[in-house]
Design a protein around this ligand. Structure first.
Ligand SMILES: [Fe+2]
Length: 198
């Protein structure tokens, strides 16, 4: 994560690369827009997948996960629209969008696989009982506990279409419906309302 935020998305181009200040900002936006493509896909997945309910997890954790998913779907177009707005002239804008995805997809792939293995290794309940592997991933997919690599990979060609816009990704209505009923979101709204009255 440090490498992602300090080098790939750092204030200045890494390794002394001769990239102008504005171009570096545009490139960073293109990476964030590509990341948001995946977070929108994941967000929509956690809202729609009832395998997560069947696994009977801690309800507060599941609500937190789904609230975050809904929030990702809700803001899925913000970075993309900002990128398109600041992206300069086409065809450079489109080419840089492709470059942003070319950098982002392998970094996220690595972070997911390595991050999952790390979390399992450090989980006092799972450590020694489970190891992250493609076979375990497939098993979890069959139970509806993880999206498949194919589902995640399919987000890439969609994003590469010239006419693509993230508003086509997932269901905004489902996200808003969840935010309206999420116990955590309602508790916060209630607390804010009470504080305003007091
Ligand atoms: Fe996001």
């Amino acid at each position: 994560m440090d490498f992602l935020f300090e080098v790939l998305l750092g204030e200045r181009p890494p390794f002394g690369l001769p990239i102008g200040e504005r171009e570096w900002l545009r490139y960073r936006l293109s990476v964030v827009a590509a990341v948001e493509q995946f977070t929108a896909v994941l967000g929509d997945w956690v809202l729609g997948e009832n395998g997560l309910d069947r696994a009977a997890p801690d309800p507060v954790m599941l609500d937190l996960l789904r609230w975050h998913g809904a929030e990702e779907v809700e803001h899925r177009s913000v970075a993309f629209d900002m990128y398109e707005h600041c992206g300069g002239e086409d065809p450079a804008r489109y080419a840089r969008r492709l470059a942003g995805m070319a950098v982002t997809a392998p970094v996220l792939l690595y972070l997911w696989a390595w991050g999952a293995a790390y979390l399992i290794r450090h989980d006092p309940w799972l450590a020694g009982r489970l190891r992250y592997s493609l076979r375990e991933h497939k098993r979890a997919v069959a139970k509806g506990l993880l999206p498949s690599w194919r589902q995640l990979g399919a987000a890439v060609p969609r994003y590469l279409r010239r006419s693509y816009h993230p508003s086509q990704e997932g269901s905004l209505q489902r996200a808003l419906d969840y935010l309206a009923t999420s116990p955590a979101a309602r508790a916060v709204a209630g607390a804010v309302g009470r504080a305003a009255i007091a």
